[in-house]
Design a protein around this ligand. Structure first.
Ligand SMILES: [Zn+2]
Length: 263
C-alpha cells in the first residue's frame, strides 16, 4: 500500500490508470451487449407491419380520407405517397413511415402500410395542435443527445471516496443511468400520444372495430420498441457506470475495530 491515503480517518487505496482501462473495456463490452438486444424489441412490430401489406386495401381509403377528417389538410399537412417515388428507401419500400414537421409531410407507402399512417398524422397533431405533444416532440432530439452523453459520462473515473462531498458532476455521474432513461421518456410519451390520437382519428374516420383492434395491436408493438430503447439505454448506461465505479473508486482499507493483539 505504497500510495494509500487517509480521508476522514479512513485509509484508501486509489485506483491506477490500469484499473480505469480495464473498467473502460468491461463497461464498454457490457453496455454494447445490452444495446445489442435493441433489435429484439422491434421484431414483433416489424413482423406485423410486413404482414399488413396484404390487407392494406382495408385501411387505405380511410387513411387518405383521415387527412380531411382531422382538419390537418387545412393546416398545410400533406401525404406523400412513396409508392410513386423512385427512391429505394424504407419509406418507398413500405418498411417505415414518418412525419416530417418542417415540411409538414407524411412520407408513407400508401399501397403497403396505410395502417401506420394514422399514427403519423397523430405526430402531426402533436406538432401542430397539441401543446404537450409539441413540447414533448421538441424534447425528443435534445433528450436523445443527452442520453448519449450520459453514456460517455458513465465511462469517467470515480476518483473520490464514496463519502467525499459531491459536486454537481459527481451527482450526474452517480445517476447517469437514470438520467439517460429519463431523457428517452419524451420520445416514448410522444410516440404513445401519436398512437392514441391516430387511433382516435381512425375511429372518427369510420374504420370498422376489428380493423381498429388490429391497429391497436400494431401500435402497441411499436410502443414496445420505444420502451425497449429507453430501458436498454438506461440499463446500458447504468451498468457502465456501476462497472466504472467498481474499478476506479478508491478502495477503503477495512481496519478491524480492535487491534488483533487484544483478542
Ligand atoms: Zn412515431
Amino acid at each position: 500500500m505504497v500510495n494509500s491515503y487517509y480521508y476522514n480517518g479512513n485509509q484508501y487505496i486509489p485506483s491506477t490508470s490500469g484499473d480505469s482501462n480495464k473498467g473502460f473495456l468491461v463497461a464498454s463490452a457490457v453496455s454494447s451487449a445490452i444495446l445489442g438486444t435493441l433489435p429484439l424489441f422491434g421484431k414483433p412490430f416489424e413482423r406485423q407491419l410486413a404482414k399488413e401489406h396484404s390487407q392494406n386495401y382495408l385501411y387505405k381509403d380511410s387513411f387518405l380520407n383521415s387527412l380531411k377528417v382531422s382538419g390537418l389538410d387545412k393546416k398545410g399537412v400533406r401525404i406523400i405517397p412513396m409508392e410513386l417515388s423512385s427512391a429505394m428507401n424504407d419509406y418507398a419500400l413500405g418498411k417505415n413511415a414518418a412525419y416530417f414537421p418542417k415540411e409538414k409531410v407524411v412520407r408513407i407507402n400508401t399501397d403497403k402500410i396505410s395502417i401506420a399512417g394514422f399514427h403519423e398524422l397523430g405526430h402531426a397533431m402533436n406538432d401542430i395542435t397539441g401543446k404537450l405533444g409539441k413540447f414533448l416532440s421538441k424534447l425528443r432530439w435534445p433528450g436523445r443527445i443527452l442520453a448519449g452523453w450520459m453514456g460517455t459520462v458513465a465511462l469517467f473515473s470515480r476518483p473520490k471516496p464514496k463519502e467525499a462531498p459531491k459536486n454537481g458532476f459527481d451527482y450526474v455521474k452517480d445517476n447517469c443511468g437514470k438520467i439517460a432513461f429519463a431523457c428517452m421518456l419524451p420520445t416514448v410519451f410522444e410516440e404513445g400520444m401519436a398512437s392514441y390520437k391516430g387511433l382516435k382519428l381512425a375511429k372518427k374516420t369510420g374504420l370498422a372495430a376489428p380493423l381498429i383492434k388490429n391497429m391497436k395491436k400494431l401500435y402497441g408493438k411499436a410502443l414496445l420498441t420505444y420502451i425497449g430503447h429507453a430501458t436498454a439505454t438506461g440499463l446500458a448506461v447504468g451498468a457502465a457506470s456501476m462497472i466504472m465505479d467498481k474499478f476506479t473508486r478508491p478502495t477503503k482499507v477495512e481496519t478491524p475495530e480492535y487491534p488483533f493483539f487484544l483478542i
